[in-house]
Design a protein around this ligand. Structure first.
Ligand SMILES: *[C@@H]1O[C@H](CO)[C@@H](O)[C@H](O)[C@H]1NC(C)=O
Ligand SMILES: *[C@@H]1O[C@H](CO)[C@@H](O)[C@H](O)[C@H]1NC(C)=O
Ligand SMILES: *[C@@H]1O[C@H](CO)[C@@H](O)[C@H](O)[C@H]1NC(C)=O
Ligand SMILES: *[C@@H]1O[C@H](CO)[C@@H](O)[C@H](O)[C@H]1NC(C)=O
Ligand SMILES: *[C@@H]1O[C@H](CO)[C@@H](O)[C@H](O)[C@H]1NC(C)=O
Ligand SMILES: *[C@@H]1O[C@H](CO)[C@@H](O)[C@H](O)[C@H]1NC(C)=O
Length: 938
């Protein structure tokens, strides 16, 4: 081919482009600018005519781009200015792209046609520009779940069409803007239905001028700010209001009487303020479902009789509000009642539930002065009367005088189809091949408190599915799991959305689902108020292949693009002649080339690449006989490498594959961990669509299996302490000496392995996180871990720290003591042990014999209980744990003569002696010289 021919091909191509292109050049330039500055844009963004070649997420009206919807794409970028050049834009949705770390530029004011601005759950920061107030057509503003600072611009008051204003979960400060003669304010937003401003640092008084009877607000949500002063009585003018949340502020003074006018209000949250005066009379709020008045300083009052007139009340929370006297039994006659929490008051007399209370009622009345209890009906009842006279002395009944309540994330799915014990269980209800799009829904409010009642989820499922169906989205079904109220009593639930007609969602599918859930233009179930949908990053199947082979994409996109791509293909082929080489390249690190934007080859320390062929051979083609474990990620096989090394081979199954960047990060992280109490990574395999991790083989299997006695190995007291010490050292190493430090996140007895000498090693870092990521604020709402081991504080707050591992470690210690599962018959091991403290023998693993014979038992139990304290701050660090176990070890083996240990120990049979002897292990001696742990660099 001569150079002339090449030029000819190019000229033809360009001519076709010029003749056929219709996209406005300004818009084309803006999109191309985005293409060069943002990462992870859809791979089909190719060619010169976006409007006529269906670029994913781009919708045009003739030649102009009017809609840009790229929710949930995993976009990475540092500027939104190019977007603001798309001057005819009507709808903009970039929600759920945490990697967009940018300012909202003042040039957003250019988008005069914009009616929908959705930037929920991104990485945006800085001030909200005043120019937003010039977007006269705006109906929807969703800037929640970002890191915006500064004040709410008063210019938002100019947006007369605005219906939805959500700025919650940012770092906004200052007052709520009120209009003055020269400036506008939120009081001018007469068409607004939604003010969602919770979780900021807004302060000052909530001015009475903000509200008037001309407004049409449905939801006024101002919780978790720093508001001070009185509740303005003008809120009583908002007769359309359904949800009012003012909780968790610093509001003072009495509750204005006029509030009682809100006859359509279903949720009222006034808790955790400094409100005073008489307990309000809210008789007029005839529609109330959910009422939370807790933690205020009202005058001492008898339990108001109007409680019993609230026919639709499901939830009554009035802790620490100085209520006194008897609870009228008529309260329990309310048909829909689910929870009543009146702890820390001065309630007295006999508790009489009458005969008609509803089934499954939760009634929490701790710390009052109740002296008796009378129950006519025998329904399922969840009653707690701890710290009442009735629970003191000999008459105390187990069923309602229990001491502490541990928060256990509810192991519940709707529909109930889950089997795994993982918090983020994927419910393979429909077809195990389907790859769901998952995330968390966090609701402003809900009208109920019984988390296990299927009615609510049925209704939610129906409303969400009908929204998907109405928009023809390829969704088969939705599943809800692990519902809870977070620490600020917002209801949250995990959602899994299963695709239909295909095994996984494509980019358009994900973006449309996210858009539908965020925009909420559908009739939501009557039990739920609006929510924020924060997704988990979705891995798009098969994209890598098609992005290399442009031809395949081109063929589906109309003739023009086909011509273009063929031209481009020929051009590249002739010019460079390298296409074949690139595709053929099958070296193990081929996928880590700069084109894939995954950086260079992984930086590994010690771990090596192993070919798929070799692994196939050494596992007998991944035969069932070689399987030694399995889980949500896939299966683990046993095998012997050609080097003779015995290994455990963890093969990710289709559906749990990570992106190449993630996989690379994982093996880099794992290869850096070198400690004798941590299972080390021997190698990995990354080819032919496989992601395989190869670990050293640990012969005696999991601690759980050994505790159950299944393995035939007897774990006596000293061994158990040694196992505790080993695993504590492994974990302390990860927290404090690994570089970068690592939080394991899934410590449990199945992740602690015992080698041939019964040394314990911490294993499985599938969901571990380097601390540096966490310090950078890399916190997703996706709480991960295993039921029963999960730190309640982490579960409630999503704030991950090393102390979450300490909690799980404490649970493992309790397992070592009791050989019980962390959750048995719906009871949590921590609560069980705490209750048994007086009579520990009852709960001790029978194989351990007499409690009195176990040296250091007392200290061991109290260390374990410290580890499972409710807040991380109260728990010790892992190196403190190590030091304490070293002390306990000395108490357990007071006689330094090794011979006397092996003969005097009643559990130490001769056979065991070969396997393990405390003084055989040099590590044991070193532990006495108070070196807390050491690293081994290989
Ligand atoms: C396209 O734009 C024209 C004029 O700007 C407008 O009248 C028309 O409604 C738009 N069509 C759609 C589908 O938005
Ligand atoms: C809001 O209150 C919290 C808690 O008292 C305090 O830490 C924070 O500094 C306050 N912020 C502002 C802006 O007043
Ligand atoms: C209260 O709700 C009812 C039923 O939804 C509705 O008809 C009525 O207009 C509402 N009242 C006000 C003041 O909005
Ligand atoms: C509460 O208010 C209602 C009317 O709004 C009134 O009938 C009732 O007597 C009041 N109750 C008390 C205890 O003041
Ligand atoms: C109580 O709830 C029922 C069922 O949701 C509803 O029909 C009724 O209108 C409600 N009553 C009031 C006073 O809001
Ligand atoms: C009460 O709880 C049980 C078990 O959780 C459940 O099967 C039953 O349906 C519940 N009843 C009501 C009325 O919610």
């Amino acid at each position: 081919m001569g150079p002339r021919f090449k030029v000819w091909v190019l000229v033809i191509c360009i001519q076709i482009c010029v003749i056929e292109a219709v996209t406005n050049p300004n818009d084309l330039a803006a999109l191309n600018a985005l293409k060069s500055s943002w990462k992870k844009l859809p791979p089909n963004w190719k060619g010169a005519d976006p409007c006529n070649s269906s670029w994913v997420g781009v919708v045009c009206n003739k030649t102009r781009v009017t809609s840009l919807k790229l929710a949930g794409m995993g976009l990475v970028g540092t500027s939104l200015s190019d977007v603001t050049s798309l001057s005819e834009l009507v709808k903009l949705d970039l929600s759920n792209n945490k990697g967009l770390e940018a300012n909202l530029p003042p040039s957003i004011g250019n988008l005069k046609n914009l009616d929908t601005l959705m930037l929920v759950g991104c990485g945006l920061y800085g001030k909200i520009p005043e120019s937003i107030g010039s977007l006269n057509n705006l109906i929807y503003i969703g800037l929640n779940k970002n890191s915006f600072t500064g004040v709410i611009p008063h210019t938002i008051g100019n947006l007369s069409k605005l219906s939805w204003l959500d700025l919650s979960d940012n770092k906004l400060t200052g007052n709520l803007p009120v209009s003055t003669e020269i400036e506008s304010g939120l009081d001018l937003l007469l068409n607004a239905r939604h003010f969602h401003l919770s979780k900021n640092q807004l302060s000052g008084n909530i001015q009475p001028q903000l509200f008037s009877s001309k407004m049409q607000l449905l939801h006024l949500v101002l919780d978790q700010n720093n508001f001070t002063g009185a509740i303005p009585n003008t809120i009583g003018l908002l007769l359309t209001l359904k949800t009012l949340r003012l909780d968790r502020n610093f509001l003072t003074g009495p509750v204005p009487e006029r509030l009682s006018n809100l006859g359509n209000l279903t949720e009222l949250h006034l808790s955790n303020n400094l409100l005073e005066g008489p307990f309000p009379n809210l008789t007029g709020m005839v529609s109330l479902n959910y009422l939370d008045m807790s933690n205020n300083s009202f005058d001492p009052t008898d339990v108001p009789t109007w409680f019993s007139d609230q026919q639709n009340l499901t939830t009554l929370l009035a802790e620490r509000t100085q209520l006194q006297g008897r609870i009228p039994s008529s309260l329990f006659g309310l048909r829909r009642l689910e929870s009543v929490v009146l702890s820390n008051n001065n309630l007295s007399g006999t508790l009489d539930l009458g005969s008609g209370y509803s089934s499954n009622l939760t009634l929490t009345l701790n710390n009052n002065s109740i002296t008796g209890f009378q129950q006519e009906a025998q329904y399922n009842l969840n009653l707690t009367l701890d710290d009442n006279p009735i629970c003191r002395g000999t008459g105390a009944r187990d069923d309602y005088c229990t001491k502490i309540q541990f928060v256990i994330p509810l192991d519940f799915c709707f529909p109930a189809v889950c089997v795994s014990d993982n918090i983020n269980k994927i419910c393979q209800s429909v077809n195990s091949k389907l790859k769901p799009y998952t995330g968390t829904l966090n609701f402003l409010a809900v009208s109920f408190s019984n988390l296990q009642s299927p009615v609510y989820y049925e209704s939610l499922s129906a409303s969400i599915m009908s929204a998907f169906n109405r928009s023809n989205l390829p969704v088969n079904s939705v599943v809800f799991c692990t519902p809870s109220f977070d620490l600020s009593s917002h209801f949250q639930v995990r959602i899994q959305i299963f695709p239909s007609g295909q095994d996984s969602f494509n980019r358009t599918g994900v973006s449309d689902v996210s858009n539908t859930l965020t925009r909420q233009l559908f009739l939501l179930s009557p039990f739920f108020r609006p929510f924020t949908f924060i997704h988990d990053l979705y891995e798009f199947e098969g994209e890598k292949k098609s992005s290399n082979a442009g031809l395949i994409v081109g063929a589906t996109m109309g003739s023009l693009l086909l011509v273009l791509v063929i031209c481009a293909g020929i051009y590249i082929f002739f010019l460079k002649g390298k296409v074949k080489n690139a595709i053929k390249n099958s070296s193990p690190f081929a996928s880590w080339n700069p084109d894939n934007r995954s950086g260079g080859v992984p930086q590994l320390q010690g771990a090596k690449w192993v070919s798929f062929e070799e692994l196939k051979k050494c596992t007998n083609n991944f035969s069932d006989e070689s399987i030694i474990g399995s889980g949500g990620y896939g299966k683990v096989y046993r095998g012997k490498l050609t080097s003779g090394e015995l290994v455990a081979i963890k093969r990710a199954q289709h559906g749990s594959l990570q992106g190449d960047q993630e996989f690379k990060t994982e093996i880099e992280l794992l290869s850096r961990i070198h400690h004798k109490n941590v299972v080390s990574l021997v190698g990995f395999c990354y080819e032919q669509g496989e992601q395989i991790l190869i670990y050293e083989f640990i012969s005696n299997g999991t601690l759980k299996r050994n505790l159950s006695g299944e393995s035939g190995i007897r774990l006596d007291w000293v061994r158990r302490i040694k196992i505790t010490l080993d695993s504590a050292r492994g974990l302390a190493y990860m927290h404090e000496l690994a570089n970068p430090p690592i939080i394991h996140r899934d410590i449990k007895s199945t992740n602690i392995l015992l080698d041939d000498k019964l040394n314990a090693k911490v294993a499985d870092f599938g969901i571990s996180k380097p601390v540096s990521d966490i310090a950078k604020g890399y916190i997703t709402t996706q709480v991960k871990g295993t039921m029963g081991y999960m730190d309640p504080e982490y579960y409630m707050t999503n704030q991950l720290t090393e102390k979450s591992d300490v909690y799980s470690f404490g649970i493992v210690m309790l397992e070592l003591l009791t050989a019980r599962a962390p959750i048995q018959h719906n009871k949590h091991i921590a609560g069980e042990v705490k209750e048994a403290l007086g009579n520990f023998q009852n709960i001790l693993d029978v194989k351990l014999g007499l409690a009195s014979s176990l040296g250091g038992l007392q200290k061991y139990v109290s260390l374990a209980m410290k580890c499972v304290k409710e807040t991380g701050a109260e728990r010790p660090t892992m190196s403190e744990v190590v030091r304490e176990i070293e002390n306990i070890m000395q108490l357990a083996t007071p006689d330094p003569d090794p011979e006397s240990y092996s003969t005097s120990s009643i559990h130490n049979s001769g056979a065991d002696k070969d396997l393990y002897h405390p003084y055989d292990d040099d590590d044991f001696d070193r532990s006495r010289t108070s070196v807390p742990f050491e690293t081994e660099l290989r």
